[in-house]
Design a protein around this ligand. Structure first.
Ligand SMILES: Cc1cc2nc3c(=O)[nH]c(=O)nc-3n(C[C@H](O)[C@H](O)[C@H](O)COP(=O)(O)OP(=O)(O)OC[C@H]3O[C@@H](n4cnc5c(N)ncnc54)[C@H](O)[C@@H]3O)c2cc1C
Length: 469
């Protein structure tokens, strides 16, 4: 018997992938006995916010990922298509019909035993002691006690309780005539960091736009205290603040060790130039002088196709981020593959703690699926549910689990989860920047994407054959 914990997007997919291939599964779901601060129903795979499963365009990154998931038997996507509602280019669903239908399918499967109860720390420990295989798919709002247990298992530093993410841009969209590679004081640490140099005028314009920009709303539960406490048990006493905003900011500082860039900018006209954007040790090769301030960019992957904006954690609305960060010299045409977010989330630092099969390196038999692995979104979490289900199937059958080719959408997500480049590991949606560049370089964006897609399709076909062997 295989335990799958959490009947969200990843849990239902993992359970379905296993049961439809002849494995007995026990699926635990704590709702409705114990709700999370965001879920409101007893349905499996509840859509807690938007009702969209991303673009239907086959030629988009999400389209490729969904094609791969469909070929592997995705229950989420099959059910979504049965309850589709018009939503333009996106795959939108009637959330109640979708939820009721997917719950029924899982409950009626003869090889799936549904347990509507919370999976406790004692149960988790007992499963490990007995050598049972367990897939944890408890998501961004994992129950507090289990989060605390996971934190001990991974080491506190490898489990995150909040996302505090800076935006990430495609390397190909940077203006290299402005942006320069240099380490501080030219210490010869290579050209890993890129620098966007501000002069006084464009720095002041950037700061003025930043402090007046529109921010994303804070969910009450993210600041704590409303509809159940979402904290992580012993050892993590919370700071207290006056308002929701203050409490939220204090928590971010406490759990994620940072303050949003807009809050720092509010502290004074030069607070960024003396802090996050300090230019010390840098010389702009165009002027031969130190810039007024410099925003640094750090590679997000080994191939250096993606760069994150260092120390730019923000909770500005996404449209505002695009508008304002494009005011930074060198980022005028930046293509954003991920916007900055600051919100409640539980996830593991996968490159440190998980094997490429998403099994905990230090706890054989304990697998992780879904958003907990460090992907983001309904579709990506579901994708990682299928993946973990297949990895567990291979283990149960004593077979080697073939790694998905790097070029496929699955290979791209796994590469994000396994890339140990020095960085702030943060959850990622599927996006063009995760797919490897074609071998023959091209500056034409359309051609480049078509080649990426072609390679992804070929890679996935190869993987599928290997899985079936
Ligand atoms: C407020 C909010 C808004 C969001 N909006 C969007 C959006 O608009 N679009 C989008 O794509 N993504 C959105 N997301 C992210 C999306 O919800 C996740 O990517 C996705 O649900 C993750 O899937 P999962 O299976 O990993 O976790 P979940 O879908 O959260 O499933 C985890 C399940 O585990 C259960 N569980 C937790 N602990 C236990 C336990 N100890 N025992 C038994 N069961 C347990 C939970 O009740 C839950 O059903 C949002 C997330 C939040 C929190």
């Amino acid at each position: 018997m295989i335990n799958v914990v959490g009947a969200g997007f990843a849990g239902v997919e993992a359970a379905w992938a296993l049961a439809s291939r002849g494995q007995n599964v026990r699926l635990y779901e704590m709702r409705p006995r114990r709700m999370t601060p965001a879920h409101t129903t007893h349905y499996f795979a509840e859509l807690v916010c938007s009702n969209s499963f991303k673009s239907k365009l086959a030629t988009s990154p999400a389209g490729q990922l969904k094609a791969e998931m469909t070929a592997l038997g995705s229950i989420v996507l099959a059910t979504a298509l049965e309850h589709e509602v018009p939503a333009g280019e996106a795959l939108g669903v009637d959330r109640d019909l979708f939820g009721a239908s997917i719950t029924r399918k899982l409950e009626e499967h003869p090889l799936i035993e549904v347990c509507r109860e919370e999976f406790t720390v004692e149960m988790a420990q007992a499963a490990i002691d007995q050598g049972d295989i367990t897939i944890l798919a408890t998501g961004p709002l994992t129950s507090p006690e289990l989060s605390g247990w996971l934190a001990k298992l991974t080491g506190r530093e490898h489990l995150y309780f909040y996302d505090a993410v800076s935006p990430t841009v495609e390397a190909a969209s940077l203006d290299r005539s402005i942006v320069f590679a240099q380490s501080r004081y030219d210490k010869g640490e290579g050209d890993d960091y890129l620098n966007c140099p501000f002069n006084k005028e464009n720095y002041e314009a950037f700061v003025a736009a930043l402090v007046s920009a529109e921010r994303a709303p804070i969910h009450a539960f993210e600041a704590g205290g409303v509809r159940g406490e979402v904290e992580v048990g012993e050892g993590y006493a919370l700071p207290t603040g006056e308002s929701t905003e203050e409490r939220f900011l204090e928590k971010i500082k406490y759990f994620a060790g940072c303050t949003p860039i807009e809050a720092i900018a509010e502290k004074g006209a030069r607070s960024l130039a003396f802090g996050n954007f300090k230019p010390v040790g840098l010389i702009d090769p165009r002027t031969g002088r130190r810039p007024w301030a410099a925003l640094q960019l750090r590679p997000e992957n080994k191939e250096k196709t993606l760069y994150s904006l260092v120390a730019c954690q923000t909770r500005l609305k996404w449209g505002e981020q695009r508008r304002i960060f494009r005011m930074v010299p060198g980022l005028e045409s930046a293509e954003f593959v991920r916007y900055g977010v600051i919100h409640r989330n539980t996830y593991i630092e996968a490159p440190k703690a998980l094997s490429e099969n998403l099994e905990m390196r230090d706890v054989p038999g304990l697998f992780i699926a879904g958003q907990l692995t460090g992907v983001e979104g309904y579709v990506e979490s579901a994708a990682m549910g299928i993946y973990t289900g297949l990895a567990v199937l291979a283990k149960n059958q004593g077979r080697e689990f073939p790694r998905p080719p790097r070029a496929s959408a699955y290979g791209s997500l796994i590469s994000h989860l396994q890339d140990d480049t020095e960085r702030e590991f943060a959850p990622m949606n599927i996006n063009w920047g995760l797919f490897p560049d074609p071998e023959e370089p091209t500056r034409d964006k359309g051609v480049k994407r078509a080649k990426k897609l072609e390679a992804a399709q070929a890679g996935f076909t190869q993987w599928r054959t290997a899985l079936d062997d």
